[in-house]
Design a protein around this ligand. Structure first.
Ligand code: PMP
Length: 360
């Protein structure tokens, strides 16, 4: 089958073996004579599968015992509201660090429920930098500090965990969770939508320290109340079973790749190859401060935007797809999540050199 190299920022490429396995099992999952979409989430087969997926996640990420993993619906965006509802009381304050549009959205959604203090904001740089940690103005009594370790649209990434506040650290890892090992113990809450590195859109992974569970405001809807969900092993209501199944297959695939240390090495290699090619060229440009360039979202511009459409058309013809940058950033963006093989990055670099030679 002729698959393309899909550089989409999300939903994005899934590993071939995951799709093949899902295809092979679609009509008859585990000898049940039914697809996984047709079985009860409370049946023994699914319950056992769900537990195994959680065990693999905990092993891959080395999740400490005092953290719960929740499998939720509603996308990362629902967490923008769930976090203040679960972690704060009315009238309290939370710190938000804004290094791109997703952090900005998280802050504006949270402002419905509490006082948002923007501790740092890199809008003035066009979201191409991370404000120096010494300049952040954190609140004394913040309920938590929220930040976005990787801003998917602008390709700005923290290459370290900010240590500026005693408040629980809350991280939107939608575009980087499972792309490398992380020290979970440094966080209060980590969350990520699945459609970049974890699987199919429709399930959101949340890793939360146990002492932060059980504080939800009285009016919090049950499906986003961390305690109700944790007590019910994320099955307080019907979970997105098919997405949970795909997530399990992705976790198995990650294990077969050698785990997150090996995966991180590959991801770092893919990104540095592409940045090196961009930096070596006078035709392509990435404007992000090199200290905070993303491993997984690489935005770049052509010397003239007049050639953008030709670039996209020719790339498409060369089976390199979804390279158009987000409308907020313009230009191009290559997303290099876990499922993008190195051969895809090589093909993109070759194509870029060829385009430059012919059109610059
Ligand atoms: N946060 C980040 C960093 C994202 O990249 C995205 C999606 N691109 C979101 C939040 C929103 O996720 P969802 O659409 O799953 O709500």
């Amino acid at each position: 089958m002729d698959r393309v190299y899909n550089f989409s920022a999300g939903p994005s490429a899934l590993p071939g073996p995951v799709l093949e396995r899902a295809q092979a099992e679609l009509l008859d999952w585990q000898g049940s004579g039914m697809s996984v979409m047709e079985v009860s989430h409370r049946g023994p087969n699914f319950m056992e599968y769900a537990e195994r997926a959680e065990a693999m996640l905990r092993e891959l990420l080395a999740v400490p015992d005092e953290y719960r993993a929740l499998f939720l619906a509603g996308g990362a965006t629902l967490q923008f509201a769930s976090i203040p509802l679960n972690l704060s009381v009315p009238g309290s304050t939370a710190d938000y660090v804004v290094t791109g549009n997703w952090g900005k959205k998280a802050a504006s959604e949270a402002a419905r429920y509490l006082n948002v203090n923007i501790a740092a904001d890199s809008a003035a740089s066009g979201y191409t930098t991370i404000p120096d940690l010494g300049t952040w103005s954190v609140s004394d009594e913040a309920a938590y500090l929220h930040y976005t370790p990787n801003e998917t649209v602008f390709g700005v990434e923290f290459h370290g965990i900010p240590d500026v506040s005693d408040a629980p650290l809350v991280a939107d890892m939608s575009s980087t969770l499972l792309t490398r090992p992380i020290d979970v113990s440094r966080y209060g809450v980590i969350y990520a939508g699945a459609q970049k590195n974890l699987g199919a859109a429709g399930i959101t992974l949340l890793i939360v320290r146990e002492d932060l569970i059980g504080r939800a405001r009285r009016e919090t809807p049950g499906v986003i109340d961390y305690k109700l969900m944790a007590d019910a092993n994320s099955m307080w209501n019907t979970p997105p079973t098919f997405c949970w199944y795909i997530l399990g297959l992705v976790l198995e695939w990650l294990r077969a790749q050698g785990g997150l240390t090996a995966v991180a090495e590959r991801n770092r290699g893919k990104a540095s190859k592409l940045y090196a090619a961009i930096d070596a060229s006078d035709f392509y440009d990435n404007v992000v401060d090199p200290a905070c360039r993303s491993w997984v979202n690489v935005p770049f511009k052509l010397a003239t935007s007049e050639l953008d459409q030709a670039f996209l058309d020719e790339a498409e013809a060369a089976r390199l797809t979804n390279l158009k940058g987000h409308r907020l950033a313009g230009g191009m963006r290559a997303s290099l999540y876990n499922a993008m093989p190195e051969s895809g990055v090589d093909a993109l670099i070759d194509f870029m050199a060829d385009f430059e030679a012919r059109r610059a």
